[in-house]
Design a protein around this ligand. Structure first.
Ligand SMILES: Nc1ncnc2c1ncn2[C@@H]1O[C@H](COP(=O)(O)OP(=O)(O)OP(=O)(O)O)[C@@H](O)[C@H]1O
Length: 395
C-alpha cells in the first residue's frame, strides 16, 4: 500500500510550492489494472483476462514512477491513448501524467512538481557543441536539440506571443557564441527579431524579403551541392566540417494565394527547401523554420516528412497543432509564454529559457563582426550608407 503526502519545494528556477495528496489507502499497484480493465485495456485468452500490471512503484523527488508490464497483445500506444482517462481513474490531474514505452513495458510518471514559468538563459558549457537548450521538463531536467544529432532540421510553431522569437534568439545566441556555424538568416518580420545577429561574422547572409529568401536558399543549396561533390571525391559519407543553417521566420509567408505575383518565387523557395530538407543532413546543411500560422499548404507539402524535430508552443486550435506535431496536444498547452512541446522520438512538455533582446545583444557584443563590404555584398538591398551605419543601427 502506497501512502503519499507530497509537499514539494520546486528547485531554484521555480518558486512554486505544490501540494498533492493521494488518499492514504491509494494503491497504484491495485488501481492501475482496475482502471485499465474498466477502459477495456486488456487481452482475453479463453476465460482469462490479462491486464497491465504495476511491477514497481518508485518514489522520486518530482513525484512517482510506475513501471508497468503489458500483457502480450496489448500495445503501449493503446494504453497511452487512454492517458487522460487513466489519470482520472487514478485521481491525478491529466497533465501530471506522462507515459512512454521503454524496455518492453510502459513507464508512467505522475509528476507532482510544477514547472517553472521562467527559466533564465544559460550560456553553453561546451563551446564546440551544437547542442542548444530547448527547456526543462517538469522534473527540472534539461532537454537539448543537437544540430549534430539524429533529428535533422527543426520546425518551430505556435501562436503569436507563445515564445518563438525568444527561443530562436536563445538558439542563435548559443550557436553564435559556440561553434558559430554559417548562418543564413531570413527574417520576414522586417528584420526586427533576427536583426541583432546580422553583423556577426558567422552570418553569411541576412534577408527580409521573399526575394532575399530565394537568393539565400539558392546559395545554401549550391553550398550543399558543393559539399556533396567534395564528399563524393573523398568517398566520404557525411560532412564533418562546419554546419550551415538556414533560419526562416515566418514560413507562412510562402503560402500560395490566388493571383499572387510572388507565386513563382514562393514555389521556387518551397522546392529548394524541400530539397535541402531531404538531402541537407549528410552535407551538414540544416533548416530551422518558424511559423505562427502553420498551414498544411506550406508545412505538409514541403518538408514535414523530412523534418525530424519540432517545437510547438500553444496553438490556436487542434488543426494547427496536428500540422506541427501530428497530435492535438499543443492546443491544450496552458497560456504560459515559453511553454512548449518538444517532439523528437517522443513528445515532452518543456519550459523554454528566457533571453531578452538586450541580454542577447550583450552576450554577442564581443563576437567577430562582418566587414562592412561583406554586408553590402551579401545584402544587396542595403546600401553603402546603411552598411557604414550598421554598428549603430538599433534593430
Ligand atoms: N521562454 C519564455 N519564458 C518566459 N516568458 C517568455 C518566454 N518566451 C516568451 N516570453 C514572453 O512572451 C513574449 C512574447 O514572446 P515572443 O516574442 O517570443 O512570441 P512569438 O511567439 O515570437 O510571437 P510573434 O510570432 O507574434 O512574434 C515575450 O516578450 C516574453 O515576455
Amino acid at each position: 500500500m502506497l501512502t503519499l503526502g507530497i509537499s514539494l519545494l520546486v528547485g531554484s528556477v521555480g518558486t512554486l510550492i505544490h501540494n498533492l495528496s493521494f488518499s492514504s489507502s491509494f494503491s497504484f499497484r491495485k488501481h492501475f489494472p482496475v482502471a485499465c480493465r474498466t477502459l477495456g485495456l486488456s487481452v482475453t485468452h479463453g476465460n482469462e483476462i490479462a491486464l497491465p500490471s504495476v511491477n514497481k512503484v518508485i518514489n522520486e523527488s518530482w513525484g512517482v514512477r510506475l513501471l508497468v508490464g503489458l500483457p502480450v497483445g496489448l500495445s503501449s500506444a493503446k494504453v497511452i491513448d487512454h492517458k487522460d482517462a487513466i489519470a482520472e481513474a487514478l485521481r491525478v490531474p491529466a497533465d501530471s501524467v506522462e507515459m512512454r514505452y521503454a524496455n518492453d513495458g510502459l513507464i508512467v510518471d505522475i509528476v507532482t512538481q510544477q514547472m517553472p514559468t521562467r527559466l533564465p538563459y544559460k550560456a553553453p558549457d561546451d563551446p564546440d557543441s551544437y547542442r542548444v537548450l530547448i527547456g526543462v521538463n517538469q522534473r527540472n531536467e534539461p532537454r537539448y536539440y543537437d544540430f549534430d544529432g539524429s533529428y535533422p532540421h527543426l520546425l518551430i510553431g505556435g501562436i503569436s506571443g507563445g515564445g518563438k522569437s525568444v527561443i530562436l534568439r536563445s538558439i542563435l545566441t548559443t550557436l553564435v557564441s559556440g561553434p558559430a556555424p554559417d548562418l543564413y538568416l531570413c527574417d520576414l518580420k522586417g528584420g526586427v527579431e533576427l536583426g541583432i545577429f546580422r553583423r556577426l561574422a558567422c552570418v553569411k547572409g541576412f534577408g527580409t524579403t521573399i526575394e532575399d529568401v530565394r537568393r539565400l536558399a539558392a546559395e545554401l543549396e549550391a553550398e550543399m551541392l558543393r559539399r556533396y561533390a567534395i564528399l563524393a571525391e573523398n568517398g566520404a559519407q557525411s560532412w564533418t566540417g562546419k554546419k550551415a543553417i538556414l533560419v526562416i521566420d515566418e514560413l507562412a509567408d510562402f503560402k500560395s494565394r490566388a493571383g499572387d505575383p510572388d507565386a513563382k518565387v514562393k514555389a521556387e523557395i518551397k522546392a529548394i527547401i524541400a530539397r535541402i530538407s531531404a538531402k541537407g543532413r549528410a552535407a551538414g546543411v540544416l533548416l530551422v523554420l518558424a511559423t505562427q500560422r502553420p498551414s498544411a499548404d506550406v508545412v505538409d507539402g514541403m518538408i514535414k516528412t523530412n523534418i525530424a524535430a519540432s517545437i510547438c508552443f500553444r496553438t490556436r486550435d487542434t488543426t494547427q497543432s496536428r500540422i506541427i506535431l501530428d497530435s492535438p496536444a499543443a492546443a491544450d498547452l496552458p497560456d504560459i509564454p515559453g511553454r512548449l512541446i518538444f517532439q523528437t522520438a517522443y513528445d515532452e512538455t518543456l519550459q523554454a529559457p528566457f533571453l531578452s533582446a538586450e541580454e542577447a545583444r550583450r552576450l554577442i557584443a564581443d563576437l567577430p563582426q562582418r566587414q562592412h563590404e561583406e554586408v553590402v555584398q551579401n545584402e544587396p538591398h542595403i546600401n553603402q550608407a546603411d552598411a557604414m551605419d550598421c554598428d549603430i543601427i538599433e534593430l
